[in-house]
Design a binder for this molecule. Structure first.
Ligand code: NAD
Length: 359
């Protein structure tokens, strides 16, 4: 049915992006207000993080879950895992409003979706919270290792980024050795630290920045990396700039200062404006390894928890990020399209192909 153009409702957004389901969960007695979005389940159940944030409005939360669930569909599709994309938002401050009863009630809502949606970790939720969800539904992952879960996803994410960096080096220079390569890692957090460890093991020269001085000094000293002020990181003449802190750091302002050859990091939504920034990077001949492809290690570890894969199988799936990144960069070069578009097209083709055999 055609959507009226004047309609700014959630239905219009869902129709525009092809979402299947938007579920509102409310329980006044426990103070629960949550929204679950299921974008696409062609490849499998919709996996998605559960974030708990004090959204300013319901519209803001809806916008977040619709955008993030679509991103998950693409991430799963391009990584070769058999999962769809979803996302959930619990409205509230996780520091003051999170409780066992709230999480277990939310778990009951997840249970009612009968496996269409699988909950995982995101901002404001922890492996302990997933334990509460698991008391009400089997469709929650990201449990602590002690309870048979996949535990902290950061090591898997860092390993995927490491493969993304090596694949980009291979495409640009014809060899993927890290020895002597210069890499600027922005953010010395969970993923940043693990990535720096991998890079230093293979003798890359690492620069690192962080807004938390103590953390910066600790990580720089531990791995013999060079600490740099955060504002200077874009101007460094390095092989790779690796954004591992927050999104939106690749934009017209920073691109104009950049002297790196490759951008490859873990942060989500690195391009502030995909269309414009994607083009600027191409003009400047900076290779961009799409964020959602190379940071898929965490998703892969959750997938392994669902599918019951061994550590070896998980490692092999993460290693696939190397070839997947090379395919995307080659397609981008051959067809003269921005690399994020090339990745999107590969994801869309896989979903369309699978739809043919799943009807
Ligand atoms: P984290 O919170 O452990 O680390 C982020 C680090 O960045 C912190 O040390 C913080 O002080 C620093 N930081 C914040 N703002 C900064 C700025 N403006 N400049 C420099 N440093 C800044 O988070 P993480 O788990 O290491 O994740 C890093 C990024 O990767 C995030 O964007 C996250 O969304 C993304 N990501 C993480 C995973 C995962 O498995 N943890 C998976 C996919 C994507």
């Amino acid at each position: 049915m055609p959507v009226p153009t004047s309609d700014n409702s959630s239905f219009k957004l869902m129709a525009q992006f092809g979402h299947q389901k938007l579920v509102f969960c409310s329980d006044v007695a426990v103070g629960l207000q949550a929204i679950i979005a299921v974008h696409d389940t062609t490849l499998g159940p919709a996996i998605g993080g559960v974030r708990m944030l004090p959204y300013q409005s319901t519209e803001e939360a809806i916008d977040d879950v619709l955008r993030l669930s679509r991103g998950m569909t693409y991430k799963a599709a391009v990584s070769g895992v058999n999962l769809g994309g979803g996302n959930a938002a619990i409205i509230g401050d996780h520091r003051t409003q999170k409780s066992e009863v709230l999480l277990r009630r939310f778990g009951q809502f997840v249970a009612q979706l009968s496996g269409t949606f699988i909950a995982s970790l995101d901002i404001g939720t922890t492996p302990k919270d997933m334990e509460y969800l698991r008391m009400e539904t089997k469709h929650a992952v990201g449990l602590p290792k002690s309870l048979g879960g996949s535990g902290d996803s950061a090591p898997f994410t860092a390993k995927g980024v490491y493969y993304g960096i090596k694949a980009s080096l291979k495409e640009l220079y014809g060899n993927d050795s890290l020895a002597g390569r210069t890499i600027a890692v922005q953010g010395a957090g969970n993923v940043g630290e693990q990535l720096i460890a991998l890079l230093r093991e293979e003798n890359a020269k690492v620069y690192v920045s962080d807004i938390v001085e103590e953390r910066l000094v600790e990580v720089a000293n531990k791995y013999k990396a060079v600490a740099v002020p955060n504002n200077n990181i874009y101007e460094l003449e390095v092989d790779v700039y690796s954004p591992c802190a927050l999104g939106g750091t690749v934009n017209s302002d920073t691109i104009s200062k950049m002297r790196c050859r490759i951008i490859a990091g873990s942060a989500n939504n690195q391009l502030r404006d995909e269309e414009e920034d994607g083009r600027l990077l191409m003009d400047k001949k900076i290779l961009y390894a799409p964020d959602y492809l190379i940071n898929a290690g965490g998703l892969i570890s959750c997938y392994s928890e669902i599918a019951g894969y061994s550590a070896m199988r998980t490692a092999a799936l993460t290693e696939n990020i190397y070839e997947a990144t090379r395919s995307v960069l080659r397609k981008s070069e051959a067809e003269n399209v921005a690399s994020y578009k090339a990745a999107n097209q590969i994801a869309e083709t896989r979903i369309a192909d699978m739809r043919k055999i799943k009807q």
